[in-house]
Structure formats: C-alpha cells, structure tokens
Design a protein around this ligand. Structure first.
Ligand SMILES: [Zn+2]
Ligand SMILES: [Zn+2]
Length: 97
C-alpha cells in the first residue's frame, strides 16, 4: 500500500519527466500577452515578441500555491509534510508573497 507522500513523490517525478515539475517549470516563462511558453533564458516571447515577465512559470506557480520553506517544492494546500524533504508544513501557509 502506498502512502500519500509516496504518491506525491511519484506524481512529482512524472511531472518532471513530462516537463511540468518544479525543475522543468523553473526553466519556462509564459508570455503575458499570448500565453506561449518560452525557455527562461529568453527575454522576449518567441511567438509575438513581447518582453517576457521576470518570473518563471515556477515562481508564478509558487506565488499562488503553498510551497515548502526548506526546499521550495510546491505542495498541495492540504499537505502537512513536504513530499520532497519531509519538512513539517504550517497549515494555511503559502501564497503570501
Ligand atoms: Zn507572446
Ligand atoms: Zn521540502
């Protein structure tokens, strides 16, 4: 029987594999005009040429979701422990900054 934490870990690893885990998201920026995703080292949108925001997709995501204070993994709002490093999370914390 797998625990919720193990499932979270697997989910996260597959997200990384498929390109939407924290590590992959930190390499992506999204154009605020057309929504096209570009590599984070690009300064301008590859589709429409608009200047890309400073924040990566991961930073954007993190600002809207709860994240682990120790390792910065984005976690489910209801999570009590970080699935990545096991740090106890304060209930209701996150989405503050
Ligand atoms: Zn664009
Ligand atoms: Zn953590």
């Amino acid at each position: 029987m797998m625990t919720a934490q193990q499932l979270d870990r697997i989910r996260q690893e597959s997200m990384d594999h498929f390109g939407f885990g924290p590590r992959a998201m930190a390499r992506i920026k999204v154009c605020t005009r057309c929504g096209t995703m570009s590599p984070s080292d690009r300064r301008f949108c590859r589709a429409c040429g608009k200047r890309l925001p400073r924040d990566t997709l991961f930073q954007l995501y993190k600002s809207r979701h709860k994240s682990c204070p120790a390792c910065e993994t984005v976690v489910a709002t209801a999570a009590r422990y970080c699935p990545q490093c096991g740090t106890a999370l304060t209930p209701g914390q996150g989405a503050a900054r």
